[in-house]
Ligand binder design. Structure first.
Ligand SMILES: [Zn+2]
Length: 294
C-alpha cells in the first residue's frame, strides 16, 4: 500500500491468533460487541466461540531509502511453554513471506520494537548452531529507552520469568551484537517518521508517526489497540497491560487524534487490513478499515 512516498505491507507470522474475549479483556462482554457485529465479524471477532481474532505480523515500511520492520512477531524455536501456539515453532513461512515482499534479512535497515513482549521480538533472533544470532545482521534494532530499562530491571529481579523469557533469547543477543539503539519520544528515524510515546500496555511502549505528506499521518501503534473492538470500547484494557489507566489514555489519545485529523491507525495485531480510520459517532468512535491495495 502506498502512503505518499512510503509503502507499507504486512508480513504475517501467525494468523489467526485466537484469544478468548474475556481472557484478553477481563472486563469485556461479548454482548457489548453484538451491535457492531457487522464491522467486527468475521475478521476480528468470532461470535460463535467468543474469541477475538488477532494477527501476529510485522509491517514492512519503506520510506526515506530505509527498509523498516515494525515488530518481529513470535519467531521460531523459542521456548514458550506457557503458550502452545508460540512454543518451539518450526518451518514457518515468515521469512518466505518477507522474501515475497522483496526483503531479505540483509536488507532490513531498522527493526523497530514497539515493546518487548514475546510476540513482538521473536524474529529479532534465529537459532544458528545452538546460539541465538540476530536475524537482521545489518539492522539497527530500535527500542524505547524506558521500555528496555523496565524489562532489564525486571530481568534482574526475576531472571527469565517475564515475557516468556523473551529477553534472554530475543533481546539480549541483539544487544550483545551491538545492534540496539535506544530511542525516546520524538526521535526522527528519517524525515517524516517520528517515535510516538504510547505507554501503558507495557512500561515504555512506542509507536511511529508517519507523516506521508499534506498533513496525512499513519500511526503504527503496537498494542495500544489490540483489536478494533477497542475502538467501540476504549476502556477495555488487556490482561497484559502494565498500567491500565495509562493504556486507556494512550488509546484515547490515538482515537481522538485520528477522528480529528484522519490519521490511519495501524495496530500490530490487525487482521486482513493495514489499519483503520476513525470517525466520531456521538460520544463514540467507529472504524473504517483500510485494506492493502487501497
Ligand atoms: Zn502483542
Amino acid at each position: 500500500m502506498k502512503l505518499g512516498l512510503a509503502t507499507v505491507e504486512r508480513v504475517v507470522d501467525l494468523d489467526p491468533f485466537a484469544l478468548g474475549l474475556s481472557f484478553l479483556f477481563p472486563r469485556a462482554q461479548l454482548d457489548d460487541l453484538r451491535p457492531h457485529a457487522a464491522l467486527l465479524a468475521p475478521d476480528h471477532v468470532d461470535f460463535e466461540t467468543g474469541d477475538l481474532l488477532l494477527g501476529v505480523q510485522s509491517f514492512v515500511l519503506r520510506v526515506g531509502g530505509l527498509t523498516i520492520l515494525i515488530d518481529s512477531c513470535v519467531g521460531e524455536n523459542k521456548e514458550r511453554g506457557r503458550r502452545k501456539d508460540w512454543h518451539q515453532r518450526k518451518g514457518t513461512s515468515y521469512l518466505r513471506s518477507l522474501a515475497a515482499a522483496g526483503v531479505t534479512p540483509d536488507d532490513v535497515d531498522v527493526v523497530l520494537c514497539t515493546h518487548l513482549h514475546a510476540d513482538h521480538v521473536g524474529w529479532n533472533t534465529r537459532l544458528e548452531n545452538g546460539r541465538w544470532v540476530p536475524t537482521f545482521p545489518h539492522a539497527r534494532y530500535m527500542i524505547g529507552k524506558a521500555e528496555l530499562a523496565a524489562w532489564q530491571t525486571e530481568e534482574v529481579r526475576a531472571p527469565g520469568v517475564a515475557n516468556h523469557g523473551a529477553y534472554a533469547d530475543s533481546v539480549l543477543p541483539v544487544i550483545e551484537a551491538g545492534l540496539v539503539e535506544t530511542v525516546t519520544d520524538g526521535f526522527e528515524i528519517t524525515r517524516g517518521l517520528t517515535v510516538l510515546p504510547l505507554p501503558g500496555h507495557s512500561p515504555g511502549q512506542i509507536g511511529l508517526d508517519l507523516d506521508y505528506g499534506e498533513s496525512r499521518h499513519a500511526l503504527f501503534c503496537g498494542d495500544a489497540i489490540h483489536s478494533p473492538a477497542q475502538v467501540f470500547k476504549p476502556e477495555w484494557t488487556s490482561a497484559f497491560c502494565t498500567n491500565a489507566e495509562q493504556a486507556v489514555a494512550s488509546r484515547m489519545g490515538l482515537l481522538e487524534r485520528a477522528a480529528q485529523d484522519g490519521s490511519l491507525i495501524a495496530p500490530s495485531h490487525i487482521r486482513n487490513a493495514i489499519g483503520f480510520r476513525v470517525e466520531r459517532c456521538g460520544c463514540d468512535f467507529r472504524p473504517s478499515f483500510v485494506c492493502e491495495g487501497a
